[in-house]
Design a binder for this molecule. Structure first.
Ligand SMILES: Nc1nc2c(ncn2[C@@H]2O[C@H](COP(=O)(O)OP(=O)(O)OP(=O)(O)O)[C@@H](O)[C@H]2O)c(=O)[nH]1
Ligand SMILES: [Mg+2]
Length: 425
């Protein structure tokens, strides 16, 4: 099976928890805070590798998680960072985020994009020591790694692609001019997945792709429709194969018109792609006078070929190689890119029924990291929310004392701050 598009869930590793512990020392009744912090969770990356040929492994396994950080320990021992996860994909893989934004076009070996962030490790009680809080008894929980659905899409990177009606002889042609050995048969849609072959012409070479047949309505999803039009997008040059034989219900002139219309309907960029037109199976014709005259009238350079007798194959392949070279010179290969975006750091407040819902990583983190059953920790969380401006925004939005406020999984009652000092002892 040729897998060219998969949706997977990637999850950063969880952060380890910080601990609260004390070393007893003579003269220090409570002991010295010595709880270490948890290690952060590992990140998830998608990385292009020349050794990968398909996205197959992802279609069997939709969930991928980086390593978790280990917990902190006493004696100021910090937890270990979780291991990063590198998902290797073939060169030419596009990465889309959850909402379908293209975030990376990975075209070079080693090129990578971070798609899942590990959770931060919780801090141990030793991290909370301040001049007026010498013996904090609380530590933070580790943060969960974030989970995102992403889509990976592979498009072929071929120099030239063979386009034509089913049965036009595309697979037979590629099997004659390259080492590719696709299945050939006299029924339509024999080819279900693209085949790539390298065409060698003395010192020159180019990659030719045999694409499944296109029929009228393909751009609306008919036949193998959209799936395979997508593959043509990454070929520099198109080779349109017209079949003049009896097996086609549509004559060659109409085949050309329909194929070009389908390409145009799929994307305007595709019709402006350079293309050559070849007439296949000429061995089945008495002569090629009629199609050659038609081509001349239409101003098309037509290459008559037969994959059975070998007639015209060299001329066509040299013409394709020239066109590929010309196009390579005109359009440098894509550089690829990775979109760098800051983490979601702000928060938003909205009303859901009777509850105020505060969403956003920083705010969620302020409550999720803390063990809110410890009053000291709850107090620390409250201060952090105030510092982020959550209180001010709630107040401005019209929240009054006693309203329910939900942040992440936790619901609590809104208590407006009386003054800046939230009662630190
Ligand atoms: N006489 C003759 N028959 C050919 C020639 N090229 C292909 N054929 C025959 O046409 C039929 C279809 O050939 P394929 O190469 O499978 O066609 P295709 O375009 O790949 O078809 P799909 O994969 O279904 O889109 C087979 O029976 C071939 O033997 C040719 O040059 N001359
Ligand atoms: Mg075929």
């Amino acid at each position: 099976m040729f897998v060219d598009r998969v949706r997977i869930q990637v999850r950063g590793g969880n952060g380890g928890a910080g601990v609260s512990s004390f070393v007893r020392r003579r003269g220090l009744p409570k002991g010295k805070p010595s709880g270490g912090s948890g290690g952060s969770g590992g990140d998830v990356f998608v990385r292009a590798s020349a050794d990968e040929a398909s996205l197959l492994k992802f279609s069997h396994r939709p969930h991928w998680t980086a390593g978790s950080g280990t917990h902190g320990e006493g004696d100021l021992k910090h937890g270990k960072r979780g291991e990063d996860l590198h998902l290797e994909v073939p060169l030419g893989t596009l990465v889309y985020d959850e909402v379908g934004t293209l975030i990376a076009d990975l075209v070079k070996d080693g090129h990578e994009v971070k798609v899942g962030h590990g959770g931060r490790g919780g801090r141990g009680n030793a991290s909370f020591v301040t001049p007026d809080r010498r013996a904090p008894t609380f530590a933070e929980q580790g943060e969960y790694g974030d989970a995102n659905w992403i889509t990976l899409e592979l498009k072929l990177i071929a120099d030239a692609a063979l386009i034509g009606f089913p049965n036009a002889g595309k697979s037979t042609l590629i099997s004659r001019v390259s080492a590719a050995k696709p299945k050939i048969a006299d029924y339509p849609f024999t080819t279900l997945e693209p085949n790539l072959g390298v065409v060698l012409l003395g010192e020159r070479e180019f990659v030719l792709a045999d694409i499944p047949g296109l029929i009228e309505g393909a751009a609306r999803g008919k036949g193998l429709g959209h799936e395979f039009l997508r593959h043509t997008e990454r070929a520099r040059v198109l080779v349109i194969l017209l079949d003049p034989s009896e097996v086609q219900e549509t004559n060659y002139a109409d085949q050309l018109r329909i194929l070009l219309a389908e390409l145009a309907a799929h994307s305007p960029d595709l019709v402006s792609r350079p293309y050559l037109v070849a007439l296949s199976k000429t061995d089945t014709l008495e002569n090629t006078d009629e199609p050659m005259e038609w081509a001349q009238r239409a101003g098309i350079q037509l290459f008559p070929i037969s994959s059975v007798t070998g007639e015209g194959l060299d001329q066509l392949m040299y013409a394709v190689a020239d066109e590929v070279d010309r196009h390579v010179r005109e359009a440098p290969t894509r550089e690829g890119f990775v979109l760098h975006r800051p983490l979601r750091s702000t928060f938003a407040v909205k009303r859901e029924g009777d509850t105020w819902v505060v969403s956003g990583r920083a705010a969620e983190r302020a409550v999720n990291l803390a063990d809110l059953t410890v009053p000291e920790a709850a107090d620390f969380s409250a201060k952090r929310l105030a510092y982020l401006g959550v209180d001010a925004v709630l107040e401005a939005a019209g929240a009054v004392a006693g309203d329910d406020v939900r942040i992440g999984d936790i619901v609590f009652s809104y208590t407006p701050a009386i003054d800046d000092d939230l009662g630190e002892q």
